[in-house]
Ligand binder design. Structure first.
Ligand code: HEC
Length: 155
């Protein structure tokens, strides 16, 4: 029995070491100057604070990669979330979106945080401070509404 356990432990250890060889790329691509949300939109400090704390790791090119994002298999999930998050919505490329897309994104931002879909649960499980309070949700939705109206009336 002991030998079986030892062999199983050795196998798992080797497997763990082996999967470390599959290293997804963890990159923060350079952001084009002048294209970020902060530079393109009106973002009050309070809103910027909430976005930074709860969204930017997955929705910008300024990801703060945690140490465990180096450790497979966690690294695979983390890099996948960041890759997908950026593809759907990248605040570092806000200026590259059409006005129509910006309005749609602002709508989606409020809807996602109101429904509790964002930030992802797997993220807030570890990043506890990224959890949104009801006040944070109200702040984001009020700002998203205001920004949409500004865009709709801007020429
Ligand atoms: C851990 C990574 C992560 C964090 C943190 C995160 N998101 Fe996301 N977000 C994603 C991923 C991945 C998607 C792609 C769609 C999906 O998987 O649901 C996404 C999609 C979205 C979308 C597009 C939804 C759609 O279908 O149009 C919006 C809007 C969004 N997120 C807003 C936010 C906001 C606002 C925050 C912060 C309050 C946030 N997200 C935090 C990973 C994240």
């Amino acid at each position: 029995m002991r030998t079986v356990l030892k062999a199983a432990a050795a196998f798992l250890l080797m497997l763990f070491a082996g999967v470390q060889l599959v290293r997804p790329e963890r990159a923060n691509p350079p952001a084009a100057a002048g294209q970020s949300l902060e530079e393109q939109a009106r973002v009050p400090g309070e809103v910027a604070g909430v976005l930074q704390r709860s969204c930017m790791d997955c929705h910008s090119n300024r990801t703060d990669w945690p140490w465990y994002s180096n450790v497979a298999p966690v690294s695979w999930f983390v890099t996948d979330h960041v890759k997908h998050g950026r593809r759907y919505l990248n605040f570092s490329r806000w200026g590259a979106y059409s006005r129509r897309d910006q309005i749609d994104h602002l709508n989606a931002i409020c809807a996602e945080v109101k429904s509790g879909s964002m930030p992802l649960d797997s993220y807030t499980l570890i990043h506890r401070s990224a959890r949104l309070t009801p006040a944070d949700v109200r702040t984001l939705c009020a700002w998203a509404g205001e920004e949409q109206r500004r865009l709709a009336t801007a020429d």
